[in-house]
Design a protein around this ligand. Structure first.
Ligand SMILES: *Cc1c(COP(=O)(O)O)cnc(C)c1O
Length: 393
């Protein structure tokens, strides 16, 4: 694949594994084994069976008629919101738990910000009867109490991260510390296409089911497996990478990645990484991240917890730098309005993350015969409080 990872773990200038010496054995073990394991027929059969019978795949490709009328093109929704646990995150969690079992691991750790990845991880650990420890910033635990309860009900231990800003990056540090201390029995499930190689490639492969299905469904619906446009929101970038994966090498398909502008790109409260960031190292890989002149990571902001991340995965940095994909950003206000519109035009309340991708339609013009696919990365149940506060229902 032209835009895929090379044998050294890089996508052009980006990627690699920038890790402390102490983590080397853990990451090296994964690097040596992940392709053999996930390409094994037994693995594939178990993965496919769980995606079908536990997650509920294939997720529908829905022709959104009222959206199509409004925007003057054929708009299709890829319904990851209908997956078990409510988003695309479960695809990766299933893949990684099956990998962990084959590596002989007895214990799973994860970090979580809003709690969506923590819930997906706790879910697959319950499914497999494996111990699960989720690190979560103390402040996030207070902000996202229902997800903390979900993880506990699923049998996970939730450990508060009490250092620094008590949010996602501190939870990530705690998880890494745990992994260094437990290299033999523990697997670390990272929730997006970020982190040291091989994580970005591994997570992209697990999420690539999204575009694999979409191609077949488009062929049935439109007579061609290639659309004119594909859109997805980007936090770390896993739903977008899954949605882009099997379209990347077809240069006729325009890829649009939507970041969170927060209160505006120049407001000082934003998570628009490609607009504001520079090249550097974040969470183990060389990528593009928001940083100060002297290289300190800038605290991002978005109303959507899932997009509130100061970087993007290294493959996205490569797609951005080569201009293979277009990176745009959408403000909090624009996203919330798009969430309301989707609810009232299509009867689908989207996650606020997803609403960023939907909002981008307002800024595009189409030919009447264009086929446009948007990844509906998750459902909006978790965001009802935020929507309600904003619209005053
Ligand atoms: C976590 C999340 C995202 C952002 O993560 P990516 O890795 O960029 O996909 C987007 N949408 C939903 C619903 C999420 O839960």
């Amino acid at each position: 694949m032209k835009y895929g990872v090379n044998e050294h773990g890089y996508y052009g200038d980006f990627g690699g594994a920038y890790i402390p010496e102490m983590l080397y054995p853990n990451v090296e073990e994964l690097k040596q084994q992940y392709l053999n394991i996930i390409n094994d027929e037994g693995f594939k059969a178990e993965f496919d069976d769980l995606l079908k019978n536990y997650v509920g795949r294939p997720s529908p490709l829905y022709h959104a008629k009222r959206y199509s009328e409004k925007y003057g093109a054929n708009i299709y929704f890829k319904r990851e919101d209908l997956n078990h646990t409510g988003s695309h995150k479960i695809n990766n969690a299933i893949g990684q738990i099956l990998l962990a079992k084959r590596l002989g691991k007895k214990r799973i750790i994860a970090e979580t910000g809003a709690g969506q990845h923590g819930v997906a991880t706790a879910t697959v650990c319950a499914l497999m009867g494996i111990e699960c420890v989720v690190y979560m910033g103390e402040i996030d635990m207070a902000r996202q109490a229902p997800n903390v309860s979900r993880m506990k009900m699923l049998g996970a231990t939730v450990v508060p991260a009490t250092s620094g800003s008590k949010t996602l990056k501190d939870a990530t540090n705690e998880a890494l510390r745990d992994w260094i201390g437990n290299p033999v029995d523990t697997h670390y499930i990272i929730g997006s296409v970020v982190g040291p190689y091989p994580y970005p490639d591994m997570v992209a492969r697990f999420q690539s089911i999204i575009s694999e299905e979409t191609k077949k469904q488009l062929l049935e619906n439109t007579g061609s497996e290639l659309p004119q446009y594909v859109l997805a929101c980007v936090g770390g970038g896993s739903n977008a990478m899954g949605m882009f994966y099997h379209f990347m090498d077809d240069e006729s398909v325009k890829l649009v990645a939507v970041e969170a502008a927060g209160k505006g790109v120049s407001s000082g409260e934003s998570a628009a990484t490609t607009a504001l960031g520079k090249e550097g190292v974040l969470h183990g890989s060389r990528t593009i991240l928001m940083q100060t002149e002297d290289g300190q990571v800038v605290e991002p902001y978005s109303i959507s917890a899932g997009l509130d991340y100061p970087g993007i995965g290294p493959q996205h940095a490569h797609l951005f730098k080569t201009s293979r994909a277009r990176y745009v950003s959408i403000t909090d206000d624009e996203a919330l309005q798009a969430g309301l519109l989707c609810s009232q035009l299509e009867g689908i309340i989207p996650a606020i993350e997803t609403a960023h991708a939907l909002a981008q339609l307002e800024k595009m013009t189409f030919e009447p015969n264009d086929n446009v696919v948007i990844c509906i990365s998750g459902r909006g149940d978790k965001d009802l409080d935020t929507y309600i506060k904003y619209f005053g229902y």
